[in-house]
Design a protein around this ligand. Structure first.
Ligand SMILES: [Zn+2]
Length: 446
């Protein structure tokens, strides 16, 4: 059986097509892989891709050509067990088809992101193409805050591949997926930042970028997009001409805001659990996903970073008392998180245990929590009133603005909170908002 398995092409083994991975055919490196699985604690396959370092991967390229890259270090591998998780691998051009000394990728730091989304999902490149169309003229600044997709391709699973066989056997129960690859410039993680103010600017950038992309800032004629999966891992940093910009990365779960139903999306991955909005942990929650949910995710990213890290690149050593209360958010289920987050956004006199390095974020967190708390309180009051009135008086009350929780999470409120950090003004990127804040200041002085 082993002999015949080894004779199969890689795609028939259910492996990544066009990957020249010797290890799977080589008994010595298979033994290496066995050793890895004894020491690793993650999913069984989490380290196996390190064995692919140095292998070549070929994918479709412009005008029917192919292009080949050499795989280097695995930067990120998600913990997805159902389906296949996303992988990000540093790559360099293998120059098999490049004209001599004329490689257009030569001086670029590139990564290959491989993911396996449902075939019905709108692809990340589609969203990014649309954003690039919008980011013109006075909106050109937005490009600094989006990933730079250099090339993208889809590789469908072949007929008679294990995926195809499963689909035939299970019918519609089996979610059809495609292998989607994107080559993009490498961005730096949050841990590369040096000061709390740099972190604050990056978070403010993400808020501004989200406001713009979701159309809450740009005029209505633009198609509006929600990211839906904001986490610590996909808030990244771009260094350009000595300046740092916050970049919202990984648009695999994004949706068009005006098409909230979005067809049959993946039933499994709906966000990164510790950062998901509190409502989304409830089984009763049926959507729609709103801008304020992304905002809540940013709030939880800041909260967990400020409480669990003593520096951007260093986790706080675990103290014995209960002040380390957010650590378990990373391993908990929906029921637990729903309860904890409910308490977090509804507690009066809430004060999170931020570390000394991130102490400047305390004011942000408390003010944001205030907005959430007041908003949820009003929402609850409104819904209760509607329920009672409908039963007793058969009249409907005035509407409640779910998008901004009754105005408590309007973009004016949010920007006025996060454009200042430790009494210093951060950089506001868009002209529109610079004018708006200018006006705000004049009113305060007046
Ligand atoms: Zn090349």
């Amino acid at each position: 059986m082993v002999k015949h398995l080894c004779a199969l092409p890689l795609e028939d083994l259910g492996f990544v097509p066009n990957l020249e991975a010797d290890f799977i055919k080589n008994p010595a490196s298979l033994r290496e892989a066995m050793k890895l699985s004894e020491t690793t604690t993650g999913p069984p396959s989490s380290e196996i891709f390190d064995l692919c370092q140095g292998s070549f991967f070929t994918f479709p390229y412009k005008s029917g050509q192919t292009r080949t890259v050499r795989l280097k270090h695995v930067i990120f591998r998600s913990n997805g067990i159902i389906g296949r998780g996303t992988m990000v691998i540093r790559v360099e051009c293998a120059c098999r088809n490049c004209p001599a000394n004329q490689c257009d990728w030569k001086n670029k730091k590139l990564v290959l992101k491989m993911s396996f989304p449902s075939t019905t999902r709108v692809s990340e490149p589609t969203f990014m193409d649309r954003c690039k169309e919008l980011a013109q003229g006075e909106h050109a600044w937005v490009s600094n805050h989006l990933p730079d997709l250099i090339w993208s391709f889809d590789i469908p699973f072949r007929d008679r591949s294990p995926q195809d066989n499963l689909r035939k056997k299970l019918g519609d129960e089996y979610e059809r997926r495609v292998m989607r690859g994107v080559i993009l410039e490498e961005l730096k993680p949050l841990s590369s930042l040096k000061t709390a103010k740099e972190c604050a600017q990056v978070f403010y950038d993400i808020v501004q970028c989200e406001l713009s992309i979701s159309g809450h800032h740009w005029v209505w004629k633009y198609p509006r997009i929600l990211h839906r999966d904001i986490s610590q891992g996909n808030i990244m940093v771009r260094e350009k001409n000595g300046k740092k910009y916050g970049v919202l990365n990984d648009w695999d779960l994004a949706i068009w805001l005006d098409n909230k139903r979005d067809g049959p999306t993946s039933r499994f991955r709906t966000g990164t659990r510790p950062y998901m909005a509190y409502e989304q942990h409830s089984v009763k929650w049926k959507g729609p996903h709103r801008y304020r949910h992304d905002l809540e995710s940013i709030f939880f990213v800041i909260l967990l970073l400020a409480c669990l890290y003593s520096r951007p690149d260093e986790k706080q050593p675990r103290p014995k008392d209960e002040t380390y209360r957010y650590e378990e958010w990373h391993q908990s289920d929906d029921e637990f998180l729903s309860d904890k987050k409910y308490r977090t956004v509804n507690a009066a006199d809430w004060e999170p245990p931020v570390t000394a390095f991130f102490s400047g974020f305390l004011l942000w967190l408390i003010t944001l929590q205030d907005s959430f708390r007041l908003g949820f309180h009003e929402q609850g009051t409104f819904h209760r009133a509607v329920r009672l009135k409908l039963r007793r008086l058969h009249t409907v009350m005035d509407s409640f603005d779910e998008d901004t929780l009754g105005g408590h999470l309007s973009y004016e409120v949010i920007v006025s909170i996060v454009h200042i950090f430790e009494e210093e003004e951060l950089e506001t990127r868009g002209r529109e908002w610079q004018l708006h804040l200018e006006k705000l200041r004049q009113n305060q002085v007046g």
